[in-house]
Design a protein around this ligand. Structure first.
Ligand code: ADP
Ligand code: MG
Length: 397
């Protein structure tokens, strides 16, 4: 909570080094989705409005410390200029900025070439950070999605200059703090998705902080399996039965209610419109060897919706079923719409993140109504795991 925003900084006549995430998808030399570029516009505009001159620092792909021409930010420049509605000058080297050609000295918005061309970046090298710091007066980090990595442009640099969060970082940190650090209670989460094994730390952190945990998706099969159910060929991880039991125990100790599916949609094929039936689920369930649970059933959805009604804050990561193949998106869509409605009514603060989660909430038409949707991927998950993010810590967070 110790971080500053652009509102706290005097930027007049200053060069502001801004770490951004414009690592956008590109095909045949064209940006195919400019969402990440659009999201940094408010920060750049606000710096300009305050009389500052932004110098954008960004990575693109994985050049691993070498100059790789295919990974030049030149390809991103036209989309950036279109989004900002002004000219951007690409500085191909640090030397070019250090010596200051006329074009570079006069530029309103400067974009430094792919920061990962320099081996010092990913090593968080202090000397390299010093070199970057010498290019500006103020540091602004607007790349929450890169904040889980301690790199020179996300970590060391913040310690060398007066620093603040950009608008996107500010929005993300405010939303995540509201959801997990000091949430309005009762606070609950939906954790779904494929596997327990990828979300152990997340589950352990959440059960110790929340009042309610809804477990859905493939990982619910592992929990039911751990309790004794035989779920046929459902996605399940018997190697993690002990982990699942341990998480249930921790939840019990911490006073977190865990809600597992009480019924599911069961099919014999993993494909859209596969014939299916609703089956009750519990510790005594035995499915045939070729049957699999692909979604939560209607009784579970009713329980989840009733549980939501008692919450003030909801965190969501992971779909409740195989949402890519309808109708096995039914539970996810219904629960997402319930959360969206409560949020619209002002009754719920709802924060969601995760690649498939964002797709699923978009598919449900619920994303717009959520209080905040994080597109930060790995950084969002590490925050939910309770880890300190180096890029946030360096800002004073
Ligand atoms: P996120 O990307 O939001 O963190 P995950 O990657 O953990 O989410 O999980 C999403 C995946 O989980 C989806 O591909 C979905 O099909 C799969 N999934 C969810 N429930 C099931 C299930 N019952 N059986 C098989 N796959 C499932
Ligand atoms: Mg995923």
């Amino acid at each position: 909570m110790g971080w500053k925003t652009l509102d706290d900084m005097d930027l007049h006549g200053k060069r502001v080094l801004v770490r951004v995430d414009i690592n956008v998808p590109v095909e045949k030399g064209r940006v195919t989705d400019d969402t990440r570029i659009q999201r940094i516009v408010p920060t750049v505009q606000d710096i300009l409005a305050k009389g500052g001159r932004p110098v954008l620092l960004a990575h693109f792909g994985r050049p691993k410390g070498k100059r790789v021409q295919d990974l030049s930010l030149l390809v991103v420049k036209p989309a950036l200029e279109a989004a900002l509605n002004r000219k951007v000058v690409l500085a191909e080297t640090l030397e070019a900025v250090e010596t200051g050609t006329e074009e570079i000295t006069k530029a309103d918005v400067l974009l430094l070439e792919n920061i990962r061309f320099y081996p010092g970046e990913e090593k968080n090298d202090p000397g390299f950070a010093q070199r970057l710091a010498a290019l500006g007066d103020v540091y602004c980090n607007d790349a929450f999605s890169a904040a889980h990595r301690a790199h020179a442009s996300t970590e060391a640099l913040a310690r060398l200059l007066p620093c603040c969060a950009g608008r996107l970082m500010q929005a993300e940190l405010s939303a995540l703090e509201a959801a997990l650090s000091k949430p309005e209670r009762p606070v609950g989460a939906v954790v779904g998705g494929a596997k327990v094994s990828t979300k152990i730390e997340l589950l352990e952190n959440l059960v110790n902080r929340l009042d309610l945990l809804v477990i859905g998706g493939g990982m619910a099969n592992t929990f039911l399996g751990a309790m004794g159910a035989d779920l046929g060929s459902s996605l399940s991880e018997p190697d993690f039965f002990e982990t699942a039991k341990d998480i249930m125990l921790q939840a019990d100790k911490a006073g977190c209610r865990v809600l597992l599916p009480v019924d599911g949609l069961v099919a014999r094929e993993f494909k859209a419109a596969a014939p299916h039936e609703v089956v009750e689920l519990g510790p005594d369930t035995t499915l045939a060897a070729d049957q699999m649970v692909l979604d939560a059933g209607p009784a579970t959805v009713a329980l989840v919706e009733a549980a939501f009604a008692g919450l003030k804050t909801l965190i969501w990561n992971g779909p409740m079923g195989a949402f890519e193949i309808p109708p096995f998106d039914t539970a996810t869509v219904a629960a997402a719409q319930a959360a969206a409605q409560m949020t619209r009514d002002g009754a719920l603060i709802s924060v969601a993140g995760g690649g498939d989660t964002v797709s699923a909430l978009n598919q449900a038409g619920a994303a717009e109504d959520f209080t905040y949707i994080s597109t930060a991927g790995g950084a969002f998950l590490e925050w939910m795991e309770g880890k300190t993010l180096p890029g946030v810590a360096a800002l004073g967070g």
